[in-house]
Design a protein around this ligand. Structure first.
Ligand code: ZN
Length: 225
């Protein structure tokens, strides 16, 4: 199944497929208030993220250092500001996210300039990764190159934020009709359906739930294995 497992504040676990590798990194935490969702603390955390991401199958023998983890967090925060600025036309004050600046693009470009992971084709035609050790710098180069491709490619205008109440998850809508509105049908899409149904039955807009999922969701850190 594609998508990163997320857990909402109400404890509901669901899958979120943001449609691009670079956007998958954004659910691991972020700048401003998103720091409370930080899940990248150790090299093992970064490997676990790679396992869950669309890179899967994960490159064999990924060698990640503590410095790589710190760099991953910086790259992620720069990407978050860059994408939020594209989508919102500036920062996102309610989450304390500043607009992107030149240093953010410099960091993305610096990461992209390094050698990426080497792809490989298997005897059965499946896609995988070259044998042998792969570094954190290669992993993050692959993420940064994906961001350059996304932000300059045919879907650059299709990057959006979930329309759910207080949900700030970012995705790229690659569907042909281009009408994707939700991070996930089973989460915000369903919450919207339930709410719309209640409104139809009672004719009254339900009061905003207090203490809801703010800011929506955090990545679940699954147990190893
Ligand atoms: Zn949502």
């Amino acid at each position: 199944m594609s998508g990163i497992r997320l857990r909402s504040y109400s404890g509901h676990v669901y899958r979120f497929d943001p449609g691009a590798l670079c956007l998958e990194l954004l659910v691991t935490g972020g700048p401003g208030a998103l720091i409370r969702h930080e899940v990248l603390h150790t090299p093992e955390d970064l490997v676990r993220w790679a396992d869950q991401s669309r890179l899967s199958p994960t490159p064999p023998a990924l060698r990640i250092t503590d410095d790589d983890v710190a760099y991953a967090r910086r790259l992620r925060d720069a990407l978050a500001r860059t994408v939020v600025s594209r989508v919102c036309g500036g920062g996102l004050p309610e989450l304390g996210i500043e607009p992107a600046d030149a240093a953010d693009l410099d960091l993305v470009n610096e990461a992209a300039a390094r050698p990426p992971l080497a792809p490989a084709i298997g005897a059965d035609g499946s896609r995988g990764w070259a044998d042998g050790p792969a570094t954190g710098a290669q992993l993050l180069s692959t993420v940064a190159r994906d961001a350059v491709d996304l932000l300059t490619g045919p879907y650059a205008q299709r990057i959006r934020m979930c329309a759910g109440d207080r949900c700030y998850l970012l995705y790229v809508d690659t569907s042909r009709p281009g009408r994707r509105r939700w991070c996930s049908m089973e989460h915000c899409g369903n919450r919207h359906k339930v709410r719309a149904h209640r409104v139809r039955r009672s004719g009254v807009e339900p009061a905003e739930q207090s203490g809801g999922d703010w800011p929506s969701s955090r990545a679940e850190v699954p147990a190893k294995g």
